[in-house]
Design a binder for this molecule. Structure first.
Ligand code: 5AD
Ligand code: FES
Length: 356
């Protein structure tokens, strides 16, 4: 006899959806055996769409200056304990060149909301990367900007934009952020990015302070409406010099459950096994790949600044050269039965003709 959760998993795998009460019950009561069934279904779906391929994204953390003060984040404005840095254009281009030689075909430019870089400079950087590496995708992850700025970056050649929604519940959003930031504005930015034509990445932290199961179901519902091409999720991990420094971290298990549920709801989505997942468990990223993830994001930042981009405590890979990280990642991925591919790793859209 199938258990209630086995029936829920079968229905989720078949239809890509579940009523709210069933999603909540699934997350609240999943046993270890049931979780293995959930992960196996998630792997089937990811293999049907993406085979055994794992896509690489080279992360370049180019500035840790930030004008914002999110309560959870280690590079928040009021953290005076960290040493701030900015990479100049030549250094960033050099990271891309080294990344290209290491098989990366996507570069993710990530930073705090640093007003020192003008839109003009960002656009020039995008154009230069695209000129040097026309076969690569450029992803931006630089926060909330005006529609005009987002358009300018897109016209300069940016392909994708990562902006996690963090939590879909607007009052929970207020619990995680100071009053000048709003979940409404965050979601508005995501809509604009989609409308411009970016491949968009949204996502949330798992186990952030005061998060409830209802909040997570709201996140899943929000993602179903937005339909982002990428979904980045990872456990919340406290950073000692932030207001949430003494809060509890999110768990590996909750994150794995959510990765698998997201894979079943969004068969085509690009889903990273994040660094935060690798930080709370030495094999977190491997476990993420085996629960439905299909992307990894090794760091390409120069070793000298790696230890300064600390969003949370204990972050892994801060001492490794890009080449070491790349080798290590290939080995880790191989052990899961998947393999890293040399590919931009674009979103594979559903073939509407087949469905019609
Ligand atoms: N723990 C886990 N993830 C964090 N992020 C920021 N701070 C933390 C933290 N303390 C995540 C946010 C952000 C992304 C770049 O990193 O979700 O969008
Ligand atoms: Fe960076 Fe293993 S992935 S050292």
């Amino acid at each position: 006899m199938a258990t209630g959760n086995e029936r829920r998993i079968a229905r989720l795998a078949k239809t890509g959806d579940l009523p709210r009460a069933d999603l909540k019950a699934l997350m609240a009561t999943l046993t270890e055996d049931e979780a293995q069934i959930l992960y196996a279904r998630a792997r089937e779906v990811r293999e049907r769409v993406y085979g055994k391929a794992v896509y690489l994204r080279g992360l370049i953390e180019f500035t840790n200056f930030c004008k914002n003060n999110c309560y959870y984040c280690g590079i928040r404005r009021d953290n005076c304990k960290i040493e701030r840095y900015r990479l100049d254009e030549a250094t960033i281009l050099d990271c891309c060149d080294r990344g290209y030689d290491l098989d990366f075909r996507t570069f993710v430019l990530q930073g705090g909301e640093d007003l020192r870089y003008s839109d003009k400079e960002i656009c020039r950087l995008i154009r230069k990367i695209k000129a040097q590496h026309p076969d690569c995708a450029v992803t931006l992850s630089i926060g909330e900007k005006s529609e005009a700025s987002y358009r300018a970056y897109f016209e300069a050649g940016a392909d994708r934009y990562l902006l996690r929604h963090e939590t879909a519940n607007l009052s929970h959003y207020r619990r995680l952020h100071p009053p000048e930031l709003s979940g409404w504005h965050r979601q508005r930015c995501l809509q604009i990015l989609k409308a411009i034509g970016y491949q968009v990445g949204a996502g949330m932290m798992v186990g952030s302070p005061d998060q409830t199961l209802d909040d997570l179901v709201d996140d899943l519902r929000y993602l179903q409406v937005l339909k982002p091409e990428m979904i980045g999720i990872g456990p919340f991990i406290p950073q000692k010099d932030t207001p949430f420094g003494q809060e509890e971290a999110g768990t590996l298990i909750d994150t794995l459950h959510l990765l698998a549920i997201i894979r079943l709801m969004h068969p085509h989505v690009l889903l990273p096994a994040t660094t935060a997942l690798g930080t709370i468990d030495p094999f977190g990223r491997e476990k993420g790949l085996l629960a439905g993830a299909n992307v990894v994001m090794p760091n390409l930042s120069p070793t000298a600044v790696r230890g300064k981009y600390l969003l949370y405590d204990g972050k892994i890979c801060t001492g490794d050269e890009a080449a070491e990280c790349r080798r290590c990642m290939a080995m880790r991925v191989e052990k899961t039965g998947y393999h890293v591919v040399v590919d931009r790793g674009d979103y594979k859209a559903e073939d509407k003709r087949k469905e019609a």
